[in-house]
Design a protein. Structure first.
Length: 202
């Protein structure tokens, strides 16, 4: 026969011997909820892409950010890997500071049904300098000149000077563009305050 222990809240099965003495055999059953465990909350993954209006900048120039793709609806914060190369504002706008490459990271917080996520973009900065500032740079440094005049070019060398009177000589492979604020040069030969080897300026 089945018996119920009101004190313990457990069911118990008992049987009787032929002499009608009770010989209880306890069989216990753990009573559990039929509802199961509450499932872990889930979120919808996001897949953002960070792009810039330009990823190659001269010092003091800026570029604006655009977040594309599935970006969720969480708050976005921007950080830079090197603030000596590029700084980043709260809205993602980048300002070029010094030569080199910096990685900009947009971090999107989880919100509502969406998970959090990140997206990155690389910004390369070319220093914009005067001819006099070429002094002290490495021979293979890359830079752009602010304002200059091409005074001599013979197919092998190009001599450039600015309004301070300083001049820089490049090989043809090292100077190109030859437009103020737009020349990117590397591998300088030397810098001088005089015209190249006394040649007449053109």
């Amino acid at each position: 026969m089945m018996q119920y222990n009101a004190n313990s809240g457990q069911e118990r099965f008992s049987c009787y011997a032929t002499d009608k003495t009770q010989k209880p055999i306890a069989i216990y059953k753990k009573i559990t909820s039929t509802g199961g465990e509450t499932p872990e909350p889930t979120c919808t993954p996001i897949n953002p892409t960070l792009t810039y209006s330009s990823t190659s900048l001269l010092t003091n120039s800026t570029a604006t950010a655009t977040l594309e793709g599935n970006t969720g609806n969480g708050d976005v914060t921007y950080t830079t890997s090197d603030d000596k190369v590029a700084t980043v504002a709260a809205d993602g706008t980048v300002t070029a500071v010094g030569g080199g490459t910096a990685t900009i990271t947009a971090t999107i917080a989880a919100a509502g049904e969406y998970c959090g996520g990140t997206a990155t973009a690389k910004i390369t900065v070319t220093p914009l300098i005067s001819c006099s500032e070429v002094y002290g740079l490495d021979d293979n440094a890359t830079f752009a000149l602010k304002e200059f005049i091409v005074t001599y070019a013979n197919g092998k060398y190009t001599y450039i000077k600015d309004d301070t009177g300083y001049g820089v000589i490049f090989t043809n492979s090292g100077a190109y563009g030859l437009e103020a604020g737009n020349v990117v040069a590397s591998g300088k030969l030397f810098a001088s305050k005089t015209t190249y080897r006394g040649l007449v300026e053109i």
